[in-house]
Design a protein around this ligand. Structure first.
Ligand code: UDP
Length: 455
């Protein structure tokens, strides 16, 4: 509907370009944020690299997708050449983003604002060059961002010599609760740089938007909002927004979702363990085996997302042998799955989107964090929001099958499980309140829109 309206120029109150870092976990929340602007009369377009646009599995609903080049239009990059990728992304991306903005200028309906992923601080320079309002968008939790901010400003020295670590607005954090780039300092230096570099020019941004909500991270939000014009605008999951009728899922999958909803619908309420490690995490063969055996030992139904690239790590014939109890798929529409009444527990890698989605839909979690911010998110799930457990690892860093079974049992049964379920329902209601009319995140979006329209 909104794209059609574009033809009648002047209908919109402002024109916003949204630029996510090119990965699923960044595209999803920023696309959802863009969709939230549409009902307020804002035209929003999502900038995606040429390469990713080829992998897109579905349309993005009400949002137009525009393409720019990261310098790898036909190629795949691997973690090993990550350094090269980010350098090229910055050099080529700055140039092709500028061309995109210039082209839009000449259409007579220029962009007014660039909402850019804070992973791409160079985008702010492009926005400023063209006189656009520049809004940084933080796709990770405020807690994690606060940690990286302290590192970037030299306020937290890495490697860390002493724990627990005390930072403003955060609970005491043991080394194992810190983001992996800090707890295992020196691993993936490129990503560590990417994360701390988010704050290199953030003070020059007109806005800093973050995918969280006030009640969820109030203390750390209060602290960070003193530094910059920061506003919590999440959770961006559209399942919570009944005003946008055509959006039931994210709508812009980089992987093809497999059919699983009928399978889910034939299971009793609260009976299924949903398992997913997101779009990037790579799980070792031994861990995969332990998880598989833990799931089968739990005696529960399970729906397990194992990306095609991970499939060969599954124990031989596992999916066939477990076909009575479990369904293994390459990808699914996670929001729909989490919203399904049959799902009673989410075994998750604790990517920030997954955590927010589960929390917003009231699904208790078993955290099996792998790397990056996931460890800190797992700490919050277990000890701060108390909406799940964090599976314990052995001396080899593996979660054993008995531990998988224990966690599933404790989350889904008994007094402890009931307490976790009660907290999960409470947080679901708080999340809904935040995005409902008059809620904290909704008010922040309204303020952002009002200033944009006046500027
Ligand atoms: N997701 C999905 N289908 C799947 C697995 C994941 O749609 O089968 C989505 C999920 O809803 C989330 C995103 O992919 O929005 C993953 O983001 P997250 O931050 O949880 O993890 P990442 O992939 O960045 O590690």
């Amino acid at each position: 509907m909104y794209i059609e309206m574009e033809k009648e120029k002047g209908v919109y109150r402002a024109n916003v370009l949204v630029l996510p870092y090119p990965s699923q976990g960044h595209i999803n929340p920023m696309l959802q944020f863009a969709k939230r602007l549409a009902p307020k009369g804002i035209k929003a377009s999502l900038a995606i690299t040429h390469f990713l646009s080829k992998s897109m599995q579905a349309k993005s609903g009400s949002i137009e997708v525009v393409k720019f080049s990261d310098g790898f239009d036909d190629g795949v990059f691997t973690q090993a050449d990550g350094e090269d990728y980010h350098t090229r992304l910055e050099v080529t991306g700055s140039q092709t983003l500028a061309e995109l903005i210039k082209k839009q200028d000449s259409s007579g309906y220029p962009f007014d604002c660039l909402v850019y992923d804070a992973f791409l601080p160079w985008a702010l320079d492009v926005a400023k060059k063209f006189g656009l309002v520049g809004a940084a968008f933080l796709t990770q939790s405020c807690a994690n961002n606060n940690i990286y901010y302290h590192v970037q400003r030299g306020l937290l020295k890495v490697p860390i010599s002493e724990s627990p670590v005390s930072l403003p607005g955060l609970p005491l954090l043991e080394l194992a609760d810190m983001p992996s780039f800090i707890s295992a300092y020196g691993s993936y230096p490129t990503y560590f740089h990417l994360l701390s570099n988010q704050f290199s020019n953030i003070h020059e941004a007109d806005w800093v938007l973050v995918n969280t909500f006030y009640k969820l991270e109030d203390k750390v939000i209060d602290w960070m909002a003193k530094l910059w014009p920061m506003r919590a605008v999440g959770p961006t999951s559209m399942y919570l927004d009944k005003r946008v009728e055509d959006d039931k899922g994210y709508g812009l999958n980089l992987f093809k979702p497999s059919a699983c909803m009928n399978w889910l619908s034939s299971r009793p309420t609260g009976s299924v363990v949903y398992v997913s490690f997101g779009s990037m995490a790579s799980v070792g063969v031994e861990q995969m085996e332990e998880l598989a055996r833990g799931l089968s030992g739990s005696g529960r139904y399970f729906l397990w997302v194992v990306r095609a690239s991970e499939e060969e790590k599954l124990p031989k014939n596992f999916a066939e042998e477990m076909s009575e109890k479990g369904l293994v798929v390459h990808w699914c529409s996670q929001l729909e799955v989490l919203a399904h009444h049959a799902v009673g527990c989410f075994v998750t890698h604790c990517g920030w989107n997954s955590v927010l989605e589960a929390l917003s839909l009231g699904v208790p979690m078993v955290g099996m964090p792998q790397w990056t911010d996931q460890t800190t998110n797992a700490k919050y799930v277990k000890d701060v929001w108390k909406t799940g457990l964090r599976a314990r690892v052995d001396e080899k860093g593996i979660v054993r099958r008995q531990e998988v079974e224990r966690c599933i049992r404790e989350v889904m049964e008994g007094e402890k499980g009931q307490g976790i379920m009660k907290n999960s329902r409470e947080w679901r209601n708080f999340a809904k309140e935040a995005v409902d009319e008059g809620g904290s995140s909704q008010k922040n979006i309204d303020e952002f829109v009002a200033k944009l329209v006046c500027s």
